[in-house]
Design a binder for this molecule. Structure first.
Ligand SMILES: [Zn+2]
Length: 366
């Protein structure tokens, strides 16, 4: 208890022995309220790096605007305040809403979902479903035009409606991305509450990354190897097991800071796991025109994640000018933006995989 809190309590005790309703009493009550308010505002002010509890001292190049030991309510409402985590929260929150919007748009294409939604709204779904389908086709055609326009035959697109590939692997990826982006936002918002919640939040953040990596494998592996179910099973089981093992390791009581490099190794191996099916796919589909487009998208994704990780690890630019990028422009915010760009590139590739499999069915392996 600090000095002013003590004063507030003593005044409260004095008031108990006074007759209620007196003007003195009212003045005292007002003063007490004012004091309490002043104490609370003071307590939830932003602090500098040197005033932080040890568990929050992570980036010595960000000097100010920290929230420390804030109650959950204050931490929640700080989503609308300016502090050094505001943009970390909002970059991934907007990314989450972007993926939510894309998921809903794509769900409109699934006849069962469109039909289910039409139970609620009579006129909207048909138009929405048509638009969504056209939007996605535009996206696909636009992307294809950038790389290999002449390879796109209109009759192939018409044939799309005939044999539809299952959509669930695509939505598994969308769900994984939304989970990762939302858990990251929540983590950045509430990590200032207490040491124990801080530890839990960052574990959940890592779980989100693991889930996003694992679910990212579903569209390419499922659609590329749709005609070879045994390869589908081997690759998807392999990456899922690796992901589950990583998550168990994160929550294991043996998981201490000493295991940091082991954890990093697990995340790297999840990413590198993709090299095996990628080489396999390239070897068996050397002549497929969509190979170039999807490779361009997936290379853009890999590059985004690599550049993002470079900023994350190097702590550039704040390391060059400590204190200059506290509120905006520090490495973690840049990392978040590259994560969204990487996920968007993968979304573009996933759309191409789905529509390609719709057209070619299971006559040949890509
Ligand atoms: Zn983050």
């Amino acid at each position: 208890m600090n000095w002013s809190e003590g004063l507030v309590q003593r005044r409260g005790a004095d008031m108990d022995i006074r007759p209620s309703g007196s003007s003195d009493d009212t003045t005292q009550k007002k003063k007490t309220k004012k004091n309490k308010k002043r104490t609370e505002t003071k307590r939830y002010q932003l602090v500098s790096y040197w005033d932080l509890p040890d568990y929050m001292k992570d980036n010595e190049y960000i000097l100010d605007y920290y929230r420390a030991n804030w109650p959950l309510k204050e931490a929640l409402s700080s989503v609308f305040l300016w502090h050094n985590e505001t943009l970390n929260v909002w970059t991934h929150l907007l990314g989450f809403f972007l993926f939510l919007g894309l998921t809903i748009t794509n769900l409109m294409q699934v006849p069962q979902v469109a039909h289910f939604l039409s139970q609620f709204t009579r006129s909207f779904p048909v138009a929405a479903a048509t638009n969504a389908f056209n939007d996605s086709k535009d996206f696909y055609l636009g992307a294809a035009r950038l790389v290999e326009l002449e390879k796109m035959v209109p009759t192939e697109i018409v044939a799309a409606a005939v044999t539809k590939a299952p959509r669930w692997p695509f939505f598994v990826f969308m769900g994984g991305s939304m989970f990762c982006l939302l858990s990251s936002s929540i983590c950045h918002l509430f990590c200032c509450h207490s040491h124990s919640l801080n530890v839990l939040m960052f574990r959940i953040d890592y779980v989100g990354i693991a889930v996003m990596i694992v679910t990212s494998f579903f569209p390419p592996i499922y659609y590329i190897f749709q005609c070879s179910p045994h390869w589908q099973l081997i690759y998807l089981t392999g990456i899922t097991m690796l992901g589950i093992f990583t998550i168990i390791t994160l929550f294991s009581p043996l998981s201490t800071s000493k295991c940091r490099s082991f954890r990093a190794l697990l995340f790297v191996s999840m990413g590198l796991f993709g090299i095996i099916p990628a080489i396999h796919a390239i070897v068996v589909n050397w002549s497929e025109p969509q190979r170039a487009i999807t490779l361009a998208y997936e290379s853009a994704m890999a590059l985004s994640y690599l550049i993002g990780t470079f900023f994350y690890v190097s702590r550039i630019p704040e390391r060059w000018k400590p204190g200059w990028f506290d509120l905006a422009g520090h490495s973690h915010q840049i990392f978040h933006v590259f994560v969204i760009m990487g996920a968007m590139a993968h979304y573009g590739a996933a759309l191409i995989f789905v529509e390609w499999r719709d057209r070619v069915g299971c006559n040949r392996i890509m």
